[in-house]
Write a protein that binds this ligand. Structure first.
Ligand SMILES: Nc1ncnc2c1ncn2[C@@H]1O[C@H](COP(=O)(O)OP(=O)(O)OP(=O)(O)O)[C@@H](O)[C@H]1O
Ligand SMILES: [Mg+2]
Length: 309
């Protein structure tokens, strides 16, 4: 990977760190205190006391977690535990009821609108369904974020897009339409689009769903390679523990609105807690209830509730 890309990502990290509350990007960079290091370390994302209630249901109940800079962190947990919601909190698409989500020090829920837009430009999001524009070619799908936000010369757009397509192994497919792609190819095109603006953070929401073992392994390899060569931080929501084991440095298992277990994939695989035993053992019974929270069953069926006269 060209060193310029790594430099580009680092420069953007530095620019974002430097951001005070200015209204345009140029001023923000110009105001950077000289003492801020160009290549910071530690956590890129820090979630503290996150509380979220959706449709009357508590999704997060004082969630705390740290996403280490430059690493691949997997978020796992039972369906409906709030993994996608957490990603939406990180991008500022959904506001929590309480708590903070700091990205490079900036508290996302409290960012002014313009600063939030600027932050979002540094985040690449790979949606579960790839979400490609069906009437556009592969090339135009990847070029879309560049054309939408920047006024770049066509030759530069072409070079950036072809570089990203080359990185995911699909430069030769630039002229195809989404209908002509396999599921694995579509996922890779979506990945090229997610990295086209050199993000500092890439979010993957269930990138392995519906892929055959070959395509799945290609995505696993790409997540790791892109993370390391682009110098980014990756957050991966996935259910496939074998894939997570191969790609993630750190895993958080969410359940009951909090972190139920955290550690390296090897540490979680040991299944030391009832949560990890149920989740990684795929057991139907355990701390994760089968039933979605509901009112009294007998009353719902129109019978007198147990214990009532
Ligand atoms: N806009 C909304 N209004 C009300 N409830 C919502 C809304 N969005 C999500 N929920 C609820 O929040 C909970 C968490 O949803 P979320 O999509 O984050 O789960 P998830 O962990 O990503 O699940 P899955 O593994 O199935 O994708 C679910 O119970 C869902 O029904
Ligand atoms: Mg989800």
């Amino acid at each position: 990977m060209p060193s310029g890309r790594r430099g580009g990502a680092s420069a953007k990290v530095a620019a974002l760190r430097a951001a005070p509350s200015g209204r345009n990007g140029t001023q923000r960079v110009a105001q950077a205190p000289p003492s801020i290091p160009a290549v910071p370390s530690g956590n890129l994302v820090e979630v503290r006391g996150l509380a979220t209630v959706l449709g009357g249901k508590t999704i997060f109940d004082g969630l705390d977690l740290d996403i280490a800079r430059g690493k691949v962190t997997a978020i796992m947990g039972p369906s409906g535990c709030g993994k996608t919601t957490l990603l939406r909190h990180i991008t500022g698409q959904r506001l929590p009821d309480a708590g903070s989500i700091r990205i490079d020090g900036a508290d996302v829920p409290r960012l002014p609108r313009q600063a939030l837009f600027e932050l979002r430009e540094k985040i690449g999001f790979l949606f579960q369904n790839s979400a490609l524009l069906t009437d556009f070619t592969v090339f135009e799908n990847v070029a879309f974020p560049l054309r939408q936000h920047l006024d770049l010369p066509e030759e530069l757009v072409r070079n950036i897009v072809l570089t990203k397509l080359q990185a995911v192994g699909l430069r030769g497919a630039a002229g195809l339409t989404p209908a002509e792609l396999s599921g694995g190819m579509a996922r890779r095109v979506a990945l090229a689009r997610a990295i086209v603006r050199d993000p500092m953070l890439i979010l993957y929401d269930e990138p392995f769903v519906g892929l055959d073992p070959i395509a799945l392994n290609q995505i696993v390899k790409l997540i790791r390679t892109l993370n390391d060569t682009l110098g980014v931080t990756s957050i991966l929501v996935a259910h496939e523990f074998s894939a997570v084991t191969r790609v993630a440095d750190q895993v958080f298992l969410l359940a009951g609105g909090k972190v139920a277990a955290a550690g390296t994939p090897a540490e979680l695989a040991r299944g030391d807690s009832p949560w990890t035993r149920q989740f990684f053992g795929g057991e139907a019974d355990g701390p994760v209830p089968f039933q979605y929270p509901a009112g009294d069953y007998a009353a719902d069926l129109g019978f007198p509730a147990a214990g009532r006269a």
